[in-house]
Design a protein around this ligand. Structure first.
Ligand code: ATP
Length: 369
């Protein structure tokens, strides 16, 4: 069966020579929630606009359900796009905004009306159907934009930072609605966001882009726990990256020589050879902190050698969460966030010397890249 969406070697070079997207390959099955994340200017929006038909494709191919759509005008593509500013028509009522897309698709007036009624009911917009959107709240405007996008029954819904202009609480609640809606409709969502947490919560797979290229495509948990590249290790989550040399391996576990001694981690790139430069990526959540009064040998046994000494430079309490900034001997900083209960305010900034320990399988060893 054909993929719902397929990108094959897609590239975009703008007229001014900017290479915005390079050799993008992607295969999406029907009903998946896919997010694009990456720093500003990495090519997320350009990719979305090429799928939508608002931007020409320099080379490569975009297919929807097996059909090449490169040359198809935007309004003939089986996609709907929802923008950050919602792009609602100010001179139209909510109802007219929703009916507009249906008229572009050529639906006769009675059918348009019926369909718009149904969708407004689903989105709880009937009460405001005959108002103009500028008098409505951000959340309502967001729902109108979604209703308008979905009314035309797209095969793929494209969302460009659709929650970007909402405040944090509203954003959270609309996030949940969005996920439920996507499950309910069973259609493919392609979602562009600056907020990596949002992408990790909502998506079946997250695509991390950097400088026009795809760095990694993975389900959120895998992306978070098993970065494949140095860029992803820095961009996603809160990791400490320790450089070293691959010394050997014990099954899936890599043994790495580092400035802090021999450390171990899951080897996430089987093409690496002994003697190569690598990075041990240690997630903040994996690290346990102990006062140096505990027996070091016991810790070394417990963490199979993954024990490093440091000094607490800063300790901040926010509600029930404590944040520690811990300096390793070469001033590399480790940031730890934990529930207050775990450490009972055990460590003081500037004073406490500590041991940090983590299980080998929770760290990931990747190439220097
Ligand atoms: P942001 O998160 O800031 O929206 P983005 O990841 O969506 O960024 P794009 O908007 O796709 O990135 O831009 C990718 C690159 O293409 C950037 O270098 C940008 O400056 C450039 N670019 C975007 N639109 C054009 C254009 N119309 N003409 C020339 N260059 C462009």
């Amino acid at each position: 069966m054909a993929y719902d969406l397929e990108l094959i070697g897609v590239e975009k070079i703008y007229d001014n020579g900017t290479v915005a997207v390079r050799n993008f390959d992607l295969q999406v099955e029907k009903g998946q929630f896919i997010s694009f994340v990456g720093p500003s200017g990495c090519g997320k929006t350009t990719t979305l606009r090429m799928i939508a038909g608002f931007e020409s494709i320099t080379s490569g191919e975009v297919r929807i359900r097996g059909r090449r759509i490169n040359e198809l005008p935007a309004e003939q593509r089986p996609t709907s796009t929802i923008f950050q500013n919602y792009a609602l028509f100010p001179h139209m009522t909510v109802r007219q905004n929703i009916e507009y897309g249906l008229s572009v698709k050529g639906l006769p007036a009675p059918d348009r009306r019926k369909k718009a009624e149904g969708i407004m009911e689903k989105f709880e917009l009937l009460e405001v159907a005959d108002r103009r959107h500028e008098v409505l709240s951000g959340g309502q405007q967001q729902r109108i934009a979604l209703a308008r996008g979905i009314a035309v029954e797209p095969e793929i819904l494209l969302l460009d930072e659709p929650l970007g202009s909402l405040d944090a609480n509203l954003r959270k609640s609309i996030q949940n609605e969005l996920k439920l809606l996507q499950r309910d409709l069973g259609i493919t969502f392609i979602f562009v966001t600056h907020a990596q947490e949002e992408a990790l919560v909502l998506s079946d797979r997250v695509i991390v882009m950097n400088r026009g290229e795809v760095e990694q495509v993975s389900p959120p948990y895998e992306l978070y726990t098993r970065p494949k590249t140095r860029f992803v290790a820095q961009f996603i989550g809160r990791n400490t990256n320790i450089p070293g040399t691959l010394k050997g391996r014990d099954g899936e576990i890599a043994v790495v020589d580092t400035g802090y001694g021999t450390l171990k981690g899951f080897l996430n790139d089987s093409s690496l050879s002994d003697g190569e430069g690598v990075i041990a990526v240690v997630p903040s959540e994996a690290i346990d902190v102990y006062p140096v009064t505990v027996n070091r040998e016991e810790l070394v046994a417990r963490y199979q050698g993954n024990v490093v000494e440091g000094v607490v430079r800063a300790a901040d309490l926010v509600g029930h969460t404590v944040f520690y900034a811990i300096d390793l001997p070469d001033n590399r900083e480790v940031r730890i966030e934990s529930h207050i209960e775990k450490y009972h305010e055990a460590f003081e900034a500037g004073v406490s010397r500590v041991y940090l320990g983590w299980a080998p399988n929770e760290a990931t060893v990747i190439g220097k890249g």
